[in-house]
Write a new protein. Structure first.
Length: 229
């Protein structure tokens, strides 16, 4: 028991060091659109030279960065579109982001439970209430709504009783619309002027409306079940 506890502490310390090192080295500054555009030609040449290894390495890097809750998901999604095209980029980002989110979810549940609870205790009560009312439909709505911080959802749901497999597939399904938007934008990387212009007001409203669909479906299903009984 003591060995397992020490192992968790060591793993938590390594994760903290990695995150601190990421910001201390200034790596977060490379998330800018300009930096991605500047390195596009070189990255394309690397991908063409390694058609199998490149997407595997990209997916693993994406999942690791997502697991560490580092703010690079949008640039990496754009990069996937620019380097691998729409179809391959969507598949790559969809699985990598869902895996990374699940690793972040598990780190919250196993390693950082007390820290997350102390930091987001008030929001955790809202999440638990939402799950009690709508179950898995609540998580699906949060994934579909771009206004809810992605990493916060990972951390908060790690403290709930939701099964890991359910969290994974709902995350993958719920993030697919946003993945399509960002990867598709990456396919025209050279013409983009800013990250803020990727999601237009119309697209944002559409995503918000889409986020309400699972909750409406939940209400309808509940009423149909009650009427049938």
């Amino acid at each position: 028991m003591r060995i397992a506890s020490r192992g968790r502490l060591l793993l938590a310390a390594v994760l903290v060091v990695l995150v601190c090192g990421f910001f201390a080295l200034g790596l977060h500054r490379d998330e800018s659109l300009g930096a991605l555009q500047a390195h596009r030609v070189w990255l394309l040449s690397v991908c063409k030279s390694h058609p199998v290894l490149a997407p595997v390495a990209y997916g693993l890097a994406y999942a690791g960065i997502a697991a560490l809750t580092l703010p690079l998901n949008i640039p990496l999604s754009l990069g996937a579109g620019a380097l691998f095209g729409l179809a391959e980029g969507v598949v790559l980002v969809s699985f990598a982001s869902a895996c990374g989110a699940t690793l972040s979810f598990l780190s919250s549940r196993i390693l950082f439970r007390d820290v997350v609870q102390a930091r987001f205790g008030g929001r955790l009560r809202d999440v638990e209430a939402g799950i009690a009312r709508n179950g898995v439909f609540y998580l699906l709505s949060l994934r579909l709504a771009p206004v809810v911080p992605y990493t916060m959802v990972n951390l908060l749901f790690g403290l709930t009783a939701i099964p890991v497999t359910r969290f994974y597939w709902v995350t993958q399904l719920g993030t697919l619309p946003a993945t399509l938007i960002y990867v598709n934008a990456g396919t025209r990387l050279e013409s983009l002027q800013s990250l803020s212009g990727i999601v237009s007001p119309g697209v944002l409203v559409s995503l918000l409306l889409l986020a309400g669909v699972p909750l409406v479906a939940r209400v309808v299903a509940t009423r149909v079940a009650a009427f049938s009984a």
